[in-house]
Design a protein around this ligand. Structure first.
Ligand code: SF4
Length: 362
C-alpha cells in the first residue's frame, strides 16, 4: 500500500478486524505507547472493532503529559522575568504547573509566545536583541532534531540572547522503566511510528530480548494500527517475540542517521524526571558540552517554589496504563478540556482528552 487512502479503506480495515476477532488465545493487553496512536484509535473507533479478549492500554507517549510540574514551573519562572520572552509549542500553554499555567502567566503580563517551530524562537531572538528569548523545548525523538537544528543555527549566528530550557525526553528508557516496574501486564507493544522514523527499530530490541514482549512499530492510519495489532497477535500465537516494522514506508532499522547526527550535535543524554514514572536514567536530552551558553537555567534568574500536584489528579496512573481515565473521580466533571486539572486532559495527544472527546457518552 502506498497512498494514504489505501490505509483508510473500510474493506481492508474490516478484513484485519475479522482476523483479530479470530484470536482464540488467552486475553491479551496491548499497549499503544504513543499519544497520536491513542487519539487515532479513538477517532476511528478501533476499540469497538476488537474482541473483548484483546484489550488496548494507553502508555506514556504524550510528551506534554509526561512533563512534570517542576519543568513547567521553571518555564513560568523564566517567563515571569521582565526581560524574557518565552516561546514554546501551543500544547504547553494550558498545562497546569504547580501554581499556574503559562497561559495564566501570559494573562498576568509575562511575554509568552506560541512557536510553531523552534526556528521561530530563533527568529524572535534575532528580532529582539535586547530581550532574552527562551525556547521551552518539549517532545520526544520526533521533535528533538528540529530543536537541535535551531540550537546549532543559533550557535552559527552567534546569538547571545537565545536560551533553551529542555523537557525533551527519550521513549525507549521510559519503556524500560515501565516494564521493569512490572505494575501492568503488557503482552505486546504498539511502538510509535514518528519516533521510530528517527531512531529506527533497533533501540526497542531489549524489549523482546529481556521481557519476551513482541513489538510492532505502527503507522497512524486505521489500517496501520489494525495491521500492527494483527501482527502482535500472530507473534503471540507463534510464541515469538520480535521487533517488527509495520510502518515500512517511513521506518528503517537504523532510523534517520542525519537527524540522529543533528541531535548529537546539540544534545547529550542524561537523567530526566517523568510525570508518573519519576526519575529515569538516560531518558532526557540536555545541552551537550560546548553548548552551555544556551542553558537558560544557568544564565537567567529563576525563582521556583517546591512543586506540588493536584490532589485528585491520577494522570500518573493513566500514563502507566494502570487506570482508564473514567476511573479518575473528576474525569468529565471537575476536569474537562476547557478546565483541565491534569495534562492528560489538555494535550491533543492526552489519553483523558481522547476519552472525553471520542468515547460515547464522554
Ligand atoms: S481526568 Fe483530569 S485529573 Fe483525572 S487523570 Fe485525567 S487529566 Fe488527570
Amino acid at each position: 500500500m502506498r497512498f494514504l487512502t489505501e490505509f483508510r479503506q473500510p474493506a481492508l480495515a474490516e478484513a484485519l478486524a475479522e482476523r483479530i476477532r479470530r484470536w482464540s488465545g488467552p486475553p491479551v493487553s496491548l499497549m499503544e505507547v504513543c499519544g497520536t496512536h491513542t487519539v487515532a484509535i479513538f477517532r476511528h473507533g478501533l476499540r469497538g472493532l476488537l474482541p473483548p479478549q484483546v484489550r488496548l492500554l494507553s502508555g506514556p507517549g504524550c510528551p506534554v503529559c509526561v512533563t512534570p510540574n517542576r519543568e513547567i514551573d521553571k518555564a513560568i519562572a523564566l517567563a515571569s522575568n521582565p526581560g524574557v520572552i518565552l516561546a514554546t509549542f501551543g500544547d504547553m500553554m494550558k498545562v497546569p504547573g504547580s501554581y499556574s499555567s503559562l497561559a495564566e502567566a501570559k494573562a498576568s503580563g509575562a511575554d509568552v509566545r506560541v512557536a510553531y517551530s523552534p526556528m521561530e524562537a530563533v527568529e524572535i531572538a534575532q528580532g529582539n536583541p535586547k530581550k532574552a528569548v527562551v525556547f521551552f523545548g518539549v517532545g520526544f525523538e520526533t521533535t528533538a532534531p528540529t530543536t537541535a537544528a535551531s540550537l546549532l543555527e543559533a550557535k552559527r549566528l552567534g546569538l547571545r540572547n537565545f536560551f533553551f530550557l529542555s523537557a525533551h525526553k527519550l521513549v525507549p528508557p521510559a519503556l524500560m522503566a515501565l516494564l521493569e516496574a512490572g505494575e501492568v501486564r503488557i503482552d505486546g507493544l504498539i511502538c510509535p511510528g514518528h519516533v521510530s522514523t528517527i531512531i529506527g527499530s533497533r533501540p526497542y530490541e531489549f524489549i523482546p530480548r529481556d521481557y519476551a514482549i513482541p513489538c510492532v512499530i505502527s503507522g497512524f492510519e486505521p489500517v496501520d494500527i489494525l495491521q500492527a495489532i494483527a501482527m502482535l497477535l500472530d507473534m503471540r500465537a507463534e510464541g515469538k517475540a520480535e521487533v517488527a516494522i509495520q510502518y515500512r514506508r517511513a521506518v528503517r532499522p537504523q532510523g534517520n542517521p542525519q537527524a540522529l547526527e543533528t541531535m548529537a550535535g546539540a544534545f547529550q543524554v542524561g537523567g530526566a524526571e517523568w510525570r508518573g514514572l519519576g526519575p529515569i536514567p538516560q531518558s532526557g536530552l540536555h545541552l551537550r558540552d560546548g553548548m552551555e551558553a544556551f542553558a537558560a537555567e544557568r544564565h537567567l534568574e529563576m525563582k521556583i517554589r517546591p512543586p506540588r500536584e493536584a490532589v485528585a489528579c491520577r494522570c500518573g496512573e493513566v500514563l502507566r496504563g494502570l487506570i482508564n481515565p473514567p476511573e479518575c473521580s473528576i474525569f468529565g466533571t471537575g476536569c474537562t478540556p476547557e478546565h483541565p486539572v491534569g495534562p492528560c486532559m489538555v494535550s491533543t495527544e492526552g489519553t483523558c482528552a481522547a476519552w472525553f472527546l471520542y468515547k460515547p457518552g464522554g
